[in-house]
Design a binder for this molecule. Structure first.
Ligand code: GLA
Length: 408
């Protein structure tokens, strides 16, 4: 498949991609789940034309090193897929997508959109819905419904979702779920189409007009690299990261969960549109153009976007020549801009950024993702944040999503 999205069909047991190799250590034997899938597989084989296919699909979360609130204006971003994944495992068959989650009690039980459901129904007996299930509008099941609606799978699916991506932490857990699930229910196109359609599913699920960054990094990440994404044309340059014995990427959760849907995200998007109506596409605008915007709030929002694009470029140049203090300085300036001009930080996050930046061996730190809580990302010398204990997660840059299908 194109763009680094790997796929194997027919019982391969070898790792499928860098992402698969990265996660081997994290595999747990899930006997209860295996039994569950085996049971469902037997049911589908009985009286259904097509035997079920066992599927495992996995997509990573991400941390954005720099370039926040620029993607929906066609700007530059520099995310890294991290060694935290959402994994969907199960078996195809039936006319509903039924999933249980290791994290939430509610189960997703979504009928396939017609006419696929009618076709499947005509094939024979169907499995029973989950006892407690319904096409719920609550929480994570909304994403399942949105993915099903967007990808209109040909057959149903029954399985489990497990995730090590913290929810509401600004690490793109929803994109990881959308991408893993779309692959699990049979998407076979290229990685860019997968990302674009998962973004539409996100919009359906949340009503929030998010950008393309999270879905693109989940599908196209390359292990050991950050991805410089030009959100105007979706071009991606992979930026090799320094070895981990020289510099670490550390993530600290503020403990304040953000909720994109209930946040001011949509208002920021609208404010950027107003700025663009006044001075043209922000991607092409200069700081002087921005200075001509009359409304002070719109001017501040535009100033953030224009200066953030420039900082992403400076950060990349600094990393390419190994100038980590210069890269760190870009992160510090980025945080100030998100806090003061874009107004998407909160005091708890500002305090963490400040404390991290004061620690010896830290090159820079900033909020990451949509804001209003969530996480801080820092670049630092190895073990510089050892005293922070488990609060400081050292993350690794991993590859993008993958799927394995085993004919049964
Ligand atoms: C969320 C959105 C992204 C991006 C970031 C902010 O993660 O999903 O598209 O806009 O916020 O950079």
């Amino acid at each position: 498949m194109e763009h680094g999205l790997r796929e194997r069909v027919g019982g391969e047991s070898e790792p499928l991609s860098d992402g698969a190799a990265d996660c081997r250590d994290h595999e747990h034997r899930e006997d209860d789940f295996e039994e569950h899938v085996e049971h469902e597989g037997r049911r589908y084989r009985h009286g259904v034309d097509e035997p079920g296919v066992a599927v495992e699909a996995r997509a990573p979360g991400r941390v954005n090193l720099i370039g926040d609130h620029t993607d929906y204006t066609g700007g530059l971003v520099l995310p890294v897929a991290i060694d935290r994944w959402t994994t969907v495992r199960g078996v195809t068959g039936g006319s509903r997508v039924r999933l249980r989650s290791s994290a939430f009690a509610e189960r997703a039980d979504v009928p396939l959109p017609a006419p696929a459901a009618e076709v499947a129904r005509s094939r024979g007996p169907q499995v029973r819905p989950f006892a407690a299930g319904s096409a719920s509008t609550a929480s994570w099941t909304r994403y399942v419904a949105a993915v099903v609606e967007e990808f209109t799978p040909r057959t149903g699916f029954v399985g489990t979702v497990r995730s090590t991506v913290p929810v509401g932490a600004g690490l793109a857990s929803s994109a990881a779920l959308e991408v893993a699930l779309a692959l699990a229910v049979g998407f076979t196109g290229d990685a860019d189409e997968l990302a674009a359609r998962c973004r539409r599913a996100e919009h359906r699920a949340t009503g929030t007009p998010t950008g393309i960054m999270d879905q693109l990094i989940a599908t196209r990440a390359v292990a050991g690299h950050a991805s410089l994404i030009d959100c105007r044309d979706r071009g991606i340059a992979t930026i090799e990261l320094p070895p981990r014995d020289e510099v670490e990427i550390v993530v600290v959760h503020s403990g304040v969960g953000h909720e994109l849907a209930s946040s001011a995200y949509g208002r920021r998007v609208a404010e950027c549109e107003r700025a663009a109506e006044s001075i043209g596409p922000l991607r092409d605008a200069s700081v002087d153009d921005v200075a001509g915007i009359v409304d002070p709030v719109i001017r501040a929002r535009a100033r953030h976007v224009v200066t953030e694009n420039a900082r992403v470029a400076r950060f990349v140049d600094a990393v390419r020549v190994g100038d980590l203090p210069a890269a760190g300085q870009c992160m510090v300036e980025s945080h100030a801009s998100l806090r003061d001009d874009y107004a998407v930080s909160i005091p708890a996050v500002d305090a963490i950024v400040e404390a991290l930046c004061a620690a010896p061996g830290v090159f820079g730190a900033r909020m990451t993702g949509g804001g209003f809580g969530g996480c801080v990302v820092a670049l630092c010398r190895p073990d510089a944040l050892a005293s922070w204990g488990s609060r400081a997660w050292r993350v690794r840059a991993v590859g993008g999503a993958w799927v394995r299908r085993d004919a049964r």
